[in-house]
Design a protein around this ligand. Structure first.
Ligand code: PLP
Length: 380
């Protein structure tokens, strides 16, 4: 684990803004996932943090991958290419699911040669897959309740349960093979009942499909949404895993292959931002700090991910509630309106923010001429 002392040293050595990735934490998170969900193969959702070094560490730990574009596919395929040629075909299926239900034609054209596993949720997509990537295996993405998730996803993706089997039969009729079902309960789901309900819904769709003569499904993809322990209100992963295992074992025979697409769970706790105070002012009596990282960079998750991050100082001193701004000229560039920080921070003093590994550098921009944070890897 990166200690506070290590973080400070790294900040001083490499300069700021800095993003520190601790690979021991990645391996630990992967092992935790495996330990509590032994029946489930983890397909790390590359979009959470596509850094190739992160993908490599998880690959070496035994992870598979969820990708949503050809650039993401190729980050993983670069690792698969090192495998002996005759193993590669199996590796594609075992290692990658292309889990974007809406795919661009060019991506499908390129994917076809790999006979990849892809998701879909509508009739138009069946026509596209049939035309451009007929050798793919399909998983139907279901819409499931996202109640209480930090980021809801079901408004954008997923077939309604009432049309699910029609979509399975339509793909079958088009000569495609539907291998199974997938869903996503919403990112950072702390309402564990979402998983219970979604697994039950999937089981009922399996039944209905069987009843209507479709018996080729052998795969269930329980998606992402596994919460990171951002604060003490998030219940332990072991508790969620217990619920999931109970439902899986009750509803799905052992020969059904179960996969999941954890993104945040794998990387959130592995990333720490180290930034520097670049300005200080009192506005309407409130202490304001300006730091060299903000919502257009590592803290982009505040906007895109609806995630709140907390800042800590290395320096000690009497504290008060402060506002912390990023370095750009945009008034949107607010990291927090209420951070408890020492009042004695000066220009050049470092601050840090933990658990910022997911949906952070992944969506950083170059807005206003500020470069994204430098990334350093420790315990690689
Ligand atoms: C974003 C995404 C994930 C990862 O979700 P997390 O909440 O980070 O676990 C998994 N699957 C799909 C299809 C996604 O879009």
């Amino acid at each position: 684990m990166d200690t506070v002392k290590t973080l400070r040293k790294l900040g001083e050595k490499h300069g700021t803004p800095l993003f520190v990735v601790d690979h021991n934490v990645l391996r630990k998170n992967y092992a935790t996932f495996k330990k509590y969900l032994p029946r489930v193969q983890a397909y790390y959702a590359v979009k959470a943090n596509p850094d190739p070094a992160i993908v490599k560490t998880l690959f070496d730990a035994g992870s598979s991958f969820d990708v949503a574009s050809m650039p993401e596919f190729n980050i993983v395929y670069d690792l698969i290419k090192r495998m002996p040629a005759r193993q590669r075909q199996d590796w594609i299926w075992d290692k990658i699911i292309y889990a974007n239900p809406i795919k661009v034609n060019d991506a499908l054209r390129e994917l076809d040669q790999y006979k990849a596993l892809v998701t879909y949720d509508n009739h138009e997509e069946i026509r596209k897959i049939k035309k451009y990537a007929p050798n793919s295996g399909l998983a139907l993405r279901l819409s499931v309740p996202n109640t209480g998730a930090m980021c809801e996803l079901s408004s954008k993706c997923g077939a309604a349960s009432g049309e699910a089997v029609d979509l399975i039969l339509a793909a079958d009729k088009a000569g495609l093979v539907v291998e199974g079902l997938s869903f996503h309960v919403g990112s950072q789901t702390t309402n564990f009942e979402n998983f219970v309900q979604a697994i039950n819904l999937a089981a009922s769709i399996f039944e209905e499909a069987k009843g209507r003569g479709y018996t080729k499904m052998n795969l269930l993809d329980i998606g992402g949404g596994f919460p990171a322990p951002y604060d003490e209100t998030v219940k332990p992963f072991s508790e969620l895993a217990r619920k999931i295992n109970a439902e899986l074992n009750r509803l799905f025979p052992k020969d059904i292959q179960v996969l999941a697409e954890p993104g945040r769970f794998m990387v959130a706790t592995a990333g720490t931002a180290v930034s520097q105070v670049i300005g200080k002012a009192r506005r309407n009596g409130k202490l304001c700090y300006y730091i060299d990282d903000g919502v257009y960079n590592t803290f982009s998750g505040i906007i895109f991910d609806h995630c709140q991050y907390h800042l800590k100082a290395f320096k000690k001193g009497p504290k008060e509630i402060c506002t912390v701004f990023g370095p750009t000229c945009d008034a949107l560039d607010v990291i927090s309106m209420s951070e408890e920080l020492p009042t004695n921070l000066e220009r050049g003093d470092l601050v840090y923010s933990r658990n910022i590994g997911a949906y952070s550098v992944a969506s950083a921009t170059h807005f206003n001429g500020f470069e994204p944070a430098k990334i350093v890897h420790i315990n690689r």
